[in-house]
Design a protein around this ligand. Structure first.
Ligand SMILES: Nc1ncnc2c1ncn2[C@@H]1O[C@H](COP(=O)(O)OP(=O)(O)OP(=O)(O)O)[C@@H](O)[C@H]1O
Ligand SMILES: Nc1nc(=O)c2ncn([C@H]3C[C@H](O)[C@@H](CO)O3)c2[nH]1
Length: 212
């Protein structure tokens, strides 16, 4: 890779993105970019009534990520500082295609492309995939009140949506390396060698991988 390394950790809700991104940033000595959650004023209402609040929630996430990634590009990447992020901007489309319908979905798509087409895209995505059981256990362990009654069907759908999205990114953005982590079998928190194996793969791509 001959450009400034930009790594994104992705996966469905509770997969361990923030945890792994923070660990990778420490290992690689890079700043970590974390998405805004608690400050989102629509989060609680969204989980109580998806149909009513999804457009506001998706727009809030989109505007926040647009600002964060714009700042990251100007203040870090363009200055030569590599970054690890706990999300990829594409997740906006993964969620919005699931939560929005009809005209709102169409309007959101247009705004998404206008805002994101020239944002920096990561060269490496670490995709944590995990079963419904694993995700539910982690969501329960983390204990955010607004997530505790999450509809299982919604989470199950998102697992599938993530699978399709990663398969489609592999085709539409072949220059992006996708490292898939089996979140059911690999425990990068409890097993140092599991984390080391992921970190080695990332290092191989950013320092020793093919020149992009
Ligand atoms: N490999 C793991 N083994 C056990 N617990 C884990 C593991 N990874 C993360 N956790 C725990 O699971 C919970 C969710 O992790 P985390 O917040 O990193 O997920 P996330 O993917 O960033 O979530 P979100 O999609 O909501 O942003 C946390 O309590 C974290 O400590
Ligand atoms: N609908 C929707 N769209 C998004 O872009 C999005 N990004 C994150 N989330 C939800 C998942 C966790 O509950 C919580 C923290 O990740 O916020 C989202 N929900």
């Amino acid at each position: 890779m001959n450009q400034v390394p930009f790594i994104a950790v992705e996966g469905p809700i509770g997969a361990g993105k923030t945890t792994l991104a923070t660990m990778l940033a420490a290992e690689l000595n890079m700043p970590v970019l974390k998405e805004i959650v608690e400050e989102n004023p629509f989060m609680e209402r969204f989980y109580q009534n998806l149909d009513e609040w999804s457009f506001q929630l998706e727009m809030f996430f989109l505007c926040n990520r647009y600002k964060q990634l714009g700042d990251t590009e100007s203040k870090l990447i363009r200055q030569g500082t590599p970054v690890v992020s706990d999300y990829h901007i594409y997740k906006n489309l993964i969620f919005s295609e699931r939560t929005l319908k009809g005209r709102e979905r169409e309007k959101y798509r247009q705004i998404y492309h206008v805002l994101t087409d020239d944002l920096p895209k990561p060269g490496v995505i670490v995709y944590i995939k995990a079963s419904l059981e694993t995700l539910l256990a982690r969501i329960a362990k983390r204990g955010r009140s607004f997530e505790q009654d999450m509809d299982r069907a919604y989470l199950r759908q998102l697992i599938e949506d993530y699978e399709s999205a990663m398969a489609s990114l592999a085709v539409t953005e072949p220059e992006t390396t996708i490292i898939t982590v089996d979140g059911d079998a690999v425990d990068f928190v409890a097993e140092p060698e599991h984390f080391d194996a992921i970190a080695e793969q990332v290092k191989a791509h950013i320092y020793g991988g093919p020149v992009r």
